[in-house]
Design a protein around this ligand. Structure first.
Ligand code: ADP
Length: 189
C-alpha cells in the first residue's frame, strides 16, 4: 500500500493535481475537503457538523476527520493506497495516519510540497469564489484558512522532512507542467 501526501496552502492546486494523478498512479484521490462537501450537500449529520467549521475556514475537529478518513481508506478502491489531498492537516492527524498505516501495512512514499506565493494564492481563491461559489472562498474565511495553514499544517513539513519524504514542487507553472513535475517526483520515490 502506497500513499502520496500532497501538501500546500489553500489554492495551491492540490485537488486539480490529485485528480490528474489518479490515472497515472492507479490510486484514488482521497480529499477530505471533497468528502466533507459531499456530506454537506447530502445534509448528513457529519455534513451538518462540518459546515460550522468549514464556513469559517476553521478545521473540522481531528477525531471527526480521522474517523472519516479511516472509513474511506477501508474501501476496496484504496486497497493499494491513495493520493491524500488535504489530509493530514495537523500533527495529531499525521500521528493518527502513521498509526493507521502501520495497522494496514501501508507506507508514505513521498510528500510533494506544492509551493505558490501568497499573493497568487489569494487571487486564485477569489477567482474560484466567482466561478464555483464555494461558501468558504470569501475574504474572511480565506484569511482564516491561510492562517490555519501557516500555524497547523506547515509544521508538518518539518515532520515529514525528518523522515526524508518532502520534495518541493513549483506550483506556479501551467497545470500540465506542475503535473509533469509531480509525476517525476513521485516516480522517483
Ligand atoms: P482548501 O485547501 O482550499 O482550504 P479543502 O477543500 O481542502 O480546501 O478544505 C475545505 C475545508 O474543509 C477546510 O477549510 C476545513 O474546514 C475542512 N477540512 C478539509 N480537510 C480537513 C482536515 N484534514 N482536517 C480538518 N478539517 C478539514
Amino acid at each position: 500500500m502506497k500513499f502520496v501526501i500532497l501538501i500546500g496552502p489553500p489554492g495551491a492546486g492540490k485537488g486539480t493535481q490529485a485528480k490528474m494523478l489518479e490515472q497515472s498512479l492507479g490510486l484514488p484521490q482521497v480529499s477530505t475537503g471533497d468528502l466533507f462537501r459531499y456530506n454537506l450537500k447530502n445534509e448528513t449529520p457529519l455534513g451538518k457538523l462540518a459546515r460550522t467549521f468549514m464556513d469559517k475556514g476553521e478545521l473540522v475537529p481531528d477525531e471527526v476527520t480521522v474517523a472519516m478518513v479511516k472509513d474511506r481508506l477501508a474501501q476496496a478502491d484504496a486497497a493499494d493506497g491513495a493520493i491524500l489531498d488535504g489530509f493530514p492537516r495537523t500533527q495529531a492527524q499525521a500521528d493518527a495516519l502513521d498509526q493507521l498505516l502501520s495497522q494496514l501495512g501501508g507506507r508514505i512514499t513521498v510528500v510533494p510540497n506544492i509551493i505558490v506565493d501568497g499573493e497568487e494564492l489569494i487571487q486564485r481563491l477569489l477567482k474560484r469564489a466567482q466561478i464555483e461559489g464555494r461558501a468558504d472562498d470569501n475574504e474572511d474565511a480565506i484569511r482564516t484558512r491561510m492562517r490555519v495553514y501557516q500555524e497547523q499544517t506547515k509544521p508538518l513539513l518539518d515532520y515529514y522532512q525528518q523522515h526524508g519524504l518532502v520534495v518541493d514542487v513549483n506550483g506556479q507553472q501551467s497545470i500540465e507542467d506542475v503535473q509533469q513535475d509531480l509525476q517525476r517526483v513521485i516516480g522517483q520515490a
